[in-house]
Ligand binder design. Structure first.
Ligand SMILES: [Zn+2]
Length: 465
């Protein structure tokens, strides 16, 4: 190359640089405009799922917060007011009323499923879940629940089995997929058969198997609070985790505590973002037991967890999508008649869940034990003679009330004296709300099918970064 050429070349480069610099003053504007029509994919996606939570469950908790604690409700006051609200139809492929597995399959994969099927469509095809697609894109994925970690809802986001009771295969599929975070109850099916508390049929140590894949394992609240980055397996209870009203706050983390840990861990050293499912199963369990006090306490804690994600969104509003929805309503709960606001304070005076009452009274309770339990834990309530007799003689009350007679008798007592009534101990066909805030939130507006929820997530995940 002769010196003349070098000069000409550098002059050309300088001119090109000048041109690029002047163009760059205008180019970003043009790019911004096209991005407004097609915003980038959300980098951080929160899916909060209140299992069994209906609109009335939320509303009762909202009123409880206002009149008992002088507090708001993040879901209603922040997410719904600043974002979008929609309704999702919930029916299963083979029933007007869905169970958690068919509904979670619809929400996670976008196809209708038969009740009982986890991550398997009505026609038998195995769809991809939003978690699997996110993982393929290099995002981190997490499952958080206060149910057992292998229960139908988390399972349908990361596994595929024809029957929700195939727990061990679900755990094997988790090991194969390697979600970055697994937090919940259900240590019983990870322990080898010979260890106390195990419900496994073999001697396989699944905790050791996860450790071999690089997971850190934590068994309790303290371990969870100290856990750092990497892959984490937290089995925080032998079976289901406690109702919030009964929880030992020193030993067992709440959904709020788990959400705090999930955000910290999924964010660490993470450039491509994350998708996390955070489920509160206890709203459904309280519905099956007709236990309005336990329900409200758990809903409040769930809402505090949503509050953590809302704070996260406030810091990164252009990169975050925050979704709150449910799989179905449980129990057909509603206030009816002309209850005063003081009924909420009466519910607040209840000290334990019905689940705890069942434990305390056992299968063969004496009349004195029942009186003592009501006097100590349900102050101001009166267990009428016919309800007490049904409890002691083990007869569930009402045509649509099955399950534990202690729960149905206490449920009838609380309902008649607070006017918060239940129509059954099963799921109902109510549509559920979906509240959405952040990148892509507008897609979830209006009346849609629960399969649309996954379809929108697939579309958002398919967008360019
Ligand atoms: Zn249920």
């Amino acid at each position: 190359m002769n010196p003349g050429m070098r000069l000409r070349r550098s002059a050309f480069l300088a001119a090109a640089a000048l041109l690029a610099a002047s163009l760059s003053l205008f180019l970003p504007l043009a790019i911004d405009e096209s991005d407004a029509a097609q915003p980038a994919a959300p980098k951080y996606i929160f899916i909060f799922l209140v299992d069994g939570g209906g609109i009335t469950h939320m509303e009762i908790t909202r009123m409880f917060n206002r009149h008992v604690h002088n507090e708001g409700l993040v879901i209603a006051d922040k997410i719904m007011k600043e974002g979008s609200v929609g309704l999702l139809a919930t029916h299963a492929a083979d029933s007007l009323v869905t169970d958690s597995s068919a509904a979670a399959t619809a929400l996670a994969s976008g196809c209708k499923a038969k009740n009982g099927a986890v991550g398997v469509c009505e026609d038998g095809t195995i769809p991809k879940t939003v978690m699997e697609v996110a993982k393929e894109k290099g995002m981190r994925i997490g499952l958080v629940t206060n149910s057992t970690i292998y229960d139908a809802t988390p399972a349908a986001f990361a596994g595929h089995v024809p029957d929700r009771k195939l727990y061990s295969p679900i755990i094997d599929q988790y090991l194969e997929l390697e979600p970055d975070l697994l937090l919940g109850g259900g240590r019983d099916l990870f322990l080898p058969r010979s260890q106390p508390g195990s419900r496994r049929k073999d001697e396989t140590d699944m905790i050791a198997a996860f450790r071999k894949r690089g997971y850190t394992y934590v068994p309790d609240k303290q371990g969870l609070s100290q856990a750092k980055g990497g892959k984490l397996l937290g089995l925080l209870s032998l079976r289901d985790m406690s109702f919030e009203i009964d929880r030992d706050k020193n030993l067992e983390p709440s959904v709020y505590d788990m959400t705090q840990a999930a955000i910290r861990i999924l964010q660490e050293g993470n450039r491509r973002g994350f998708v996390v499912l955070i489920e509160n199963e206890n709203i459904d369990s309280a519905g099956h037991l007709t236990d309005v006090a336990a329900l409200i306490h758990d809903y409040r804690e769930f809402d505090r967890a949503v509050g953590l994600a809302y704070e996260f969104y406030k810091k990164q509003p252009k990169e975050t999508l925050l979704l709150v929805t449910s799989d179905h309503e449980s129990g057909g709960l509603a206030f009816s008649g002309k209850p005063s606001f003081d009924q909420l304070k009466k519910i607040h005076s209840i000290r334990i869940s019905f689940s705890k009452a069942i434990q305390i009274l056992g299968a063969n309770p004496s009349s004195e034990a029942v009186d003592q339990l009501v006097a100590e834990n349900f102050k101001g309530f009166v267990l009428k003679p016919e309800l007490k007799e049904a409890l002691i003689k083990r007869k569930p009350i009402g045509p649509a009330f099955m399950g534990n007679p202690t729960a149905t008798a206490l449920g009838a007592m609380v309902a008649s004296q607070t006017q918060a009534y239940w129509i059954s101990t099963y799921h109902t066909n109510q549509p559920v709300f979906v509240a959405a805030l952040g990148v892509g939130a507008e897609k979830f507006r209006g009346y849609q099918d629960n399969t649309d929820f996954a379809k929108h997530l697939f579309a958002l995940l398919g967008r360019k970064k």
